[in-house]
Design a binder for this molecule. Structure first.
Ligand code: URA
Length: 306
């Protein structure tokens, strides 16, 4: 009988958690399943008949606690997590096709199902990021901008990276571009709290420059993990940077807009970045056409634009 994780020697536990995360990042499903069963033995199996949602939630939370290193006594362990360099997802460093093969598939990790479980799993990711110094962007940032919105959102927006307002407030899309994004969300008949909003990089690039490939490739594995937890049905990539790092291919926006791509189990739609739309409002009509594709995929009723 395996010992529950909280009963283990802390050093062993820390090493085990780190190893488990590595396996999880490799997508080794069976290992993950066994780890869930061994480390959270008090939680019922997901497949068990009856009270499925309750058990699943208990299991999610128990496992999320295990991953985050929370012990039975509430003491925290802090295993180091450095994203695997093999996860650099594109751009000059490797052919787009291999990046696509690796990252467009949905995660094979057993999904976290309950809202509480998803929120806990997102906290684990945030804890893994910690006070990140993995790339040069940390030097100029004030706040790491993790995300905003619902952990069970059906629709996710992905932008490029925080600007000055976001860096100050710790939330994505709260400046002028954010105002426009809020209007776009409202035009779709949704509230900002119903969607999930994140960026390719979580720290503000100096002078709002485009993130360097090394920065985006270091940070995007955390975004992919967020996507795997939230499991949105539709992702809207806002602008070329988001489209490039999600799709793993650099192409002009024109070639990517107007169709539905597949990404990690979600339907991905590419549109203009709100900051671009502020500079060129004539393109709003085009952006609205893209959002209507998203609405159609979500089964939302088309509305007349004001
Ligand atoms: N632009 C982005 O790409 N993301 C933000 O969060 C804000 C502005």
């Amino acid at each position: 009988m395996a010992r529950p994780i909280h009963a283990m020697d802390p050093a062993l536990r820390s090493a085990l958690v780190e190893r488990m995360r590595f396996y999880r990042e490799l997508g080794l499903t069976e290992f993950y399943r066994r780890a869930v069963d061994h480390m959270a033995p008090d939680a019922a199996p997901l497949e068990e008949a009856g009270a499925r949602a309750g058990h699943a939630q208990e299991r999610d939370e128990s496992f999320a606690r295990s991953l985050s290193g929370a012990t039975a006594t509430g003491a925290e362990i802090q295993p180091e997590l450095v994203p695997s360099s093999s996860q650099s997802n594109f751009y000059g460093e490797e052919p787009a096709i291999s990046a696509r093969k690796r990252f467009s598939a949905p995660s094979e990790i057993a999904p976290v199902v309950s809202p509480q479980g998803r929120a806990a799993a997102l906290r684990v990711i945030q804890e893994d990021i910690g006070e990140c110094t993995r790339c040069a962007l940390h030097k100029g940032r004030h706040t790491i901008v993790f995300a905003d919105g619902s952990p069970t959102a059906r629709l996710m927006f992905v932008g490029e990276g925080p600007g000055a307002d976001e860096d100050a407030q710790g939330l994505p899309f709260v400046g002028r571009a954010g105002q426009l994004l809020n209007n776009m969300i409202a035009a779709m008949g949704l509230k900002r709290e119903q969607v999930y909003i994140a960026n390719v990089v979580k720290c503000r690039p100096p002078n709002n420059r485009t993130p360097e490939p090394a920065e985006a490739n270091t940070c995007s594995p955390f975004l992919f993990r967020q996507i795997d937890v939230v499991r949105p049905e539709v992702i809207v990539a806002l602008g070329a940077t988001a489209a490039t790092y999600l799709l793993g291919q650099r192409q002009p926006l024109a070639g990517l807009r107007g169709r539905v791509h597949a990404f990690r189990g979600a339907k991905l739609i590419v549109t203009y970045h709100p900051a671009f739309l502020l500079r060129d409002p004539r393109q709003k009509k085009e952006a609205w056409a893209d959002l209507q594709i998203a609405m159609r995929e979500l089964g939302l009723k088309p509305r007349e634009r004001n």
